[in-house]
Design a protein around this ligand. Sequence first.
Ligand code: XMP
Length: 525
Amino acid sequence: MPEKILSNRPQNQGILVLDFGSQYTLLIARRLREVGAYSEVIDGRVTAPPVGLTVRGIILSGGPDSVYEEGSRSLPEWAMKLNVPVLGICYGMQLLVERAGGKVRAATKREYGRATMNVVPTTGPASVLFEEGSTTQTVWMSHGDDIGTIPQGYQIAAETDGHVLAALVHVHLPIAALQYHPEVAHSEKGADLLRRFAKNLCGMTLDWDGQARVDSLCHHIKETVGSGHVLVACSGGVDSTVTAALLMRALGPEKVTAVFCDTGLLRKNEVPWVSEKLKVLGLQHMELLSSGDLFFRELKGVTDPEQKRKIIGRLFIEEFETYAKKHKEFTHLGQGTLYPDVIESAGHGAGAKVIKSHHNVGGLPDRLALKLVEPFRWLFKDEVRAVGLQLGLPEELIQRHPFPGPGLAVRILGEVTVDRVKMLQEADDIFISALHEKQLYHVPWQAFAVLLPIKSVGVMGDNRTYQQTIALRAVTSSDGMTAGVADLPLSFLTLVSDRIIRRVSGINRVVFDITTKPPATIEWE
Ligand code: XMP
């Protein structure tokens, strides 16, 4: 692998989240950072804490295992020996209970979704996690096991309306255990509990803020790139654009070249729009790679979603590599890699199943003779957005809906062809333009159109039609890890449907996707 640089962490103390395979683990760290407490995630199976981080508290994540089953992940003793406050969540709770001699059993009924929780007064140090006098709150449950016998030394801190044990605190140690998920937005006072854990129990100063981030990132960039020249792979997305802006802030515009790869799979008018925005940033060197033909050629006949993702990821890297080899002045390659990508792809994940292979990380081949600059490898997306605003980038760019690396290819079910991309670009543009026109763009966190591989019968004028279907997807979310359905007015959806059918030839039906994540994912592939 090329030498990884900028791996210097931005703070040297924080809360360590031990990952036991929950889909929500990253959310725990994000929520902590949102309340100002720097945090990192590591695999729950590692045998020592990370070098260079002073651990102020430990959180044990949830996970798919059952503690009583053979081969299940266990609680590492080193974590308990650090003698710092510990919070166990779901599976993390069960690990603590089992360790203390309590009993975990298969729940008679799997609990999933919202529950009402009643807090009862407790006395141990961890009782500071619950606001005094606040008795009832909504929490998010997702578990198949529960606690059969409470271990000695622990007392009940909360139960649900259905008398399911929801929280335990230790009588005299700074340890607490929750059956529910405070990191999930549906848990009403979840962020407050995590803030109390960091501040009141771990004694942290909540100083992880915007200016601190920009200063520390610029310092590391200058230190590691020196007088080098950086090539930035731009996709038009928030991450790569903010990467380019930050590198320019740290090194000066003459030391940064943005290369934009037009895969042919982008949204309508994306290339001129992004080029314009990059120029406004003061960028002096910009290159456009027109790679559409190559991508369509390689995607011909491919219908499998994972295969599409792999092909696109490979081509994307090869295109940059070819460019970089022709231009010898570059010393570094800048990428907008984010912390969640690093955790998931660098083997830190504790075996949470791969749902989709994200293409924008980790594929850089050894032979690329450039060092990597990834200023955001310790940051979450919302932190990157905050950096972008801090650097003076326009809101319309920073607050754009996310767009996946593989582009429209994962929104075209079945084969990706030039005609099908055009059809989808038109339908998507009609949907997004209507959201802007009716001032609804920020109601969903992300919205887009999907082209389905099915035909159905319709009637247009006096004629029978047999044409394709567009699905509209509009979700609410805070990070894409979970999602709800955006509440768009039916009158608006029918207006969009009407416009699509009138203007996009080949479409005679429009449907609205009303599935949350989980169980669905946001993208259809
Ligand atoms: P899913 O479909 O996994 O999407 O629920 C969650 C969020 O991630 C985006 N997404 C991607 N972003 N490269 C990216 O940069 C990818 O390969 C990729 N796949 C999905 C998706 O648009 C949503 O915001």
